[in-house]
Design a protein around this ligand. Structure first.
Ligand SMILES: [Zn+2]
Length: 167
């Protein structure tokens, strides 16, 4: 009887381990070659953004572009959530269009962006949001290409990098 009980308990432990879905432990794959070394996604797989930018229409486009990938939920911050990302606009005479810091700040340089098309601004917003998701720079044909283009859709490289880090 005693032996049977012990065997039964062991079986339970093994079964529980086998039944736990991998997603329970979902976290960025920090050993991915595409991983920046940091991301702005919380442990609940949300990226809650606050702050503001005059390019909110293009920011919302960028949010939709990345939310279509399905793992990380990029949402507007509310009083019930902890802000992960803060948007702001700044003016600086330089060639930089926007910047993302590991602290969670995403800045848009109005000096350059005020002279860009809506698609170019969407491209820049999606690029910065890609960094917030922990994705490194990629080759041409991708949102994560380090130079602004008018591309407003994810390239194969963008999808591969996202899936490697988050799926
Ligand atoms: Zn970049």
């Amino acid at each position: 009887m005693r032996v049977a009980k012990v065997v039964g308990m062991l079986m339970c432990v093994i079964l529980l381990t086998a039944l736990l879905p991998e997603e329970v432990f979902a976290a960025p794959n920090t050993s991915s070659p595409y991983y920046l070394g940091w991301d702005l996604v919380d442990s609940g797989l949300h990226c809650d953004w606050g702050g503001s930018t005059k390019y909110s229409a293009q920011w919302n486009n960028a949010v939709s572009i990345w939310n279509s990938m399905g793992v990380v939920s990029i949402r507007k911050d509310t009083i019930f959530t902890v802000q992960d990302v803060e948007l702001y606009d700044y003016y600086e005479v330089s060639s930089i269009t926007a910047v993302t810091y590991s602290s969670g700040k995403i800045g848009f340089n109005t000096y350059n962006l005020d002279n860009c098309t809506s698609d170019e601004i969407t491209n820049t917003a999606a690029h910065e949001l890609g960094h917030a998701l922990g994705i490194k720079h990629l080759s041409a044909g991708n949102i994560m290409y380090p130079y602004q283009t008018s591309q407003t859709w994810l390239g194969n490289g963008d999808r591969t990098a996202y899936n490697d880090i988050w799926k």
